[in-house]
Design a protein around this ligand. Structure first.
Ligand code: FES
Length: 155
């Protein structure tokens, strides 16, 4: 056999013997990709999964220790701001969206009221209008402390 033909046959043999390895590698890669596309069964999928609404309609937004440390608990996504009313230390839960044009009010720890950063409206700790241009109170929610949890009823 000529040297050139011999080398040609060796080349075909090497390619033929490596074909199953290439096919196996491709099959394995596609299986791994489909597994990566599936969501993990035990991962929480939303905020609600972490803090479910109880049978009585209340939902936990944090602990009283957390509230006392941070002064307010704010969940913009849910539209909840919880603060202690400085007059009686009771919890107050309001929707922090200003009724004037929708900016988010913040608790002013010095002045002890909710202040809108956009046009200066002011609200007391329970959402009552103190000063415009807003013409309405903030909407409020039922709120309570239970077992060191801050519980708010959104509806
Ligand atoms: Fe709050 Fe205008 S949006 S005062």
């Amino acid at each position: 056999m000529e040297r050139r033909k011999f080398l040609g046959w060796v080349g075909v043999g090497v390619m033929a013997s490596s074909l199953p390895v290439v096919i196996a590698a491709c099959t394995s890669a596609s299986t791994d990709q489909s597994a990566a596309d599936e969501p993990a069964a035990e991962e929480p999928t939303s905020e609600i999964a972490e803090s479910p609404v109880r049978e009585d309609g209340f939902q936990s937004f944090g602990t009283t220790a957390e509230l006392d440390e941070k002064v307010t608990i704010v969940d913009k996504e849910a539209g909840v701001l919880v603060v202690r009313n400085p007059e009686n230390q009771e919890l107050s839960a309001v929707n922090p969206q200003c009724p004037h044009q929708g900016c988010t009010v913040k608790w002013d720890t010095e002045e002890k009221y909710l202040a809108c950063p956009c046009h200066g409206s002011k609200f007391d700790a329970v959402g009552g209008l103190l000063e415009g241009p807003a013409t309405e109170d903030l909407s409020t929610y039922e709120v309570k402390e239970e077992d060191d949890l801050v519980l708010v009823k959104l509806s």
